[in-house]
Design a protein around this ligand. Structure first.
Ligand code: HEM
Length: 402
């Protein structure tokens, strides 16, 4: 025991270790009324760590060349000790990361966490979201299956919609006139080093640092003083709550990994990439579907790309679009209703994105037309926000709610 103290004292004289633990863990003040939606940041972080660890192990056996990539993944699945486990963890993990991120963003919208003083925290979060999209997209090319190949072809082709420079830019990104080995090797380099470690890792550190500067919002969206009796320390209260919630998610995750690994994996991707044979229906992974539906709902290619980009950019303006004096939808019945409509709308967009555009959704209405209506509703939420938030009633907080 005394030996342990001596080591800590030795370290403390050279590093602000105990001070860091006190400031950010054992004495870090957190509102006592946080609900389970405040656990999703830790869930996302845990799954990110799993991706990094399993990714390093996959890299030990994976071969990023056109002729070997597909077979090296088969080799990992069949020959490498526990290779199947490492690969399934890595291939199914993103589903849980995006699920956690979508709930995390939804929580932020519902409770107004984007509002002052958390704007920067919100924007850093949006950059994390964009970086994860790039990371997942590039990773998906690596197994070099049919959907990997054609998915990458469709998405890189979007850049060709940009006037004047589009075609040149697409060739530059691919490193060739079509998706090929130069695309595979550069995606491999970016997917394994720059994006996860150089961008996402750094952004998550900044995100947490910005969070600890301003403190957590709470379900009522009210400002709480750091010294307030309504604050409790992060450890042991929220650390235990986080740990049990992470365990719950890991249990669900491991259920899929061990008992239903194919549930989230695309069967077409078990065929090797063939540049001469296009799959009948090219669909992205589920977490891109709402944006894919927005892309397809605009008849012009450039218009679709712009709409898809704007669907994310518009989130960055939320701190300024929302003019209400209150943050949380709990106190704002109009925002509450509209936000629930937005959430259902977003899920329906995902549903539309899953089907070919001309498929009939219901009563003779084509998927693409349904997608247009849903895209309209999506943007209307944000465009109406300045007016709605300016006039909607805000109810008072009752003392027993705190
Ligand atoms: C893997 C990605 C991410 C990780 C690991 C992460 C991590 C965290 C953690 C640990 C917290 C504190 C606990 C919590 O409130 O849940 C947090 C809070 C927050 N995050 Fe994230 N985050 C991620 C992505 C995002 C994204 C994409 C956004 C928004 C666009 C975002 C916006 C916020 C905001 C506004 C808060 C403060 C919420 C509040 O106090 O009400 N985060 N994040």
């Amino acid at each position: 025991m005394r030996m342990g103290h001596r080591i800590i004292d030795w370290l403390d004289e050279r590093l602000p270790l105990s001070e860091f633990i006190r400031r950010h863990i054992t004495e870090y003040p957190t509102p006592r009324n946080l609900n389970y939606l405040w656990n999703f940041g830790s869930v996302a972080g845990t799954f990110f760590i799993i991706q990094v660890i399993t990714g390093i192990w996959l890299t030990m056996y994976y071969k990023p060349t056109g002729s070997l990539a597909f077979d090296s993944v088969e080799y990992i699945m069949r020959e490498v000790n526990y290779g199947w486990l490492i690969r399934y963890l890595h291939a199914i993990g993103p589903t849980f990361i995006f699920l956690a991120i979508y709930i995390h963003i939804g929580r932020g919208i519902y409770y107004g966490s984007y509002k002052q003083p958390r704007e920067l925290l919100w924007w850093i979060g949006l950059f994390i979201f964009l970086s994860f999209m790039a990371e997942a997209f590039m990773g998906y090319l690596l197994p070099w299956g049919q959907m990997s190949y054609w998915g990458a072809t469709v998405i890189t082709n979007l850049f060709s919609a940009i006037p004047l420079v589009g075609t040149g830019l697409t060739v530059w990104i691919r490193g060739d006139f079509t998706v090929g080995e130069p695309t595979l090797t550069r995606f491999f380099a970016l997917h394994t080093t720059l994006i996860p470690l150089g961008i996402i890792g750094v952004l998550i550190a900044l995100h947490l640092s910005a969070l600890h500067r301003v403190g957590s919002n709470n379900p009522l969206g009210v400002d709480l003083d750091k010294e307030s009796p309504l604050m409790i320390p992060f450890a042991p209260y929220y650390i235990t709550k986080d740990l049990w919630f992470i365990s719950l998610f890991l249990t669900i995750f491991l259920y899929f990994v061990f008992f239903a690994p194919d549930f989230f994996l695309e069967p077409v991707n078990s065929e090797p990439a063939d540049p001469l044979r296009t799959p009948v229906h090219i669909v992205p992974e589920w977490y891109f579907l709402p944006f894919y539906a927005i892309l397809r709902s605009i008849p012009s290619k450039l218009g679709g790309v712009v709409a898809m980009g704007m669907a994310i950019v518009v989130l960055a303006f939320l701190p300024y679009l929302d003019r209400s004096r209150a943050r949380s939808a709990t106190l704002r019945p109009v925002k509450r209703t509209l936000t629930w409509i937005l959430f259902v709308d977003f899920i329906l967009l995902g549903y539309v994105g899953m089907y070919p555009p001309d498929e009939i959704a219901f009563a003779g209405i084509r998927m693409v037309d349904l997608g247009r209506v849903l895209t309209g509703i999506y943007f209307l939420y944000f465009l109406s926000m300045p007016f709605v938030s300016g006039i909607e009633p805000v109810r008072d907080v009752r003392l027993e709610e705190l």
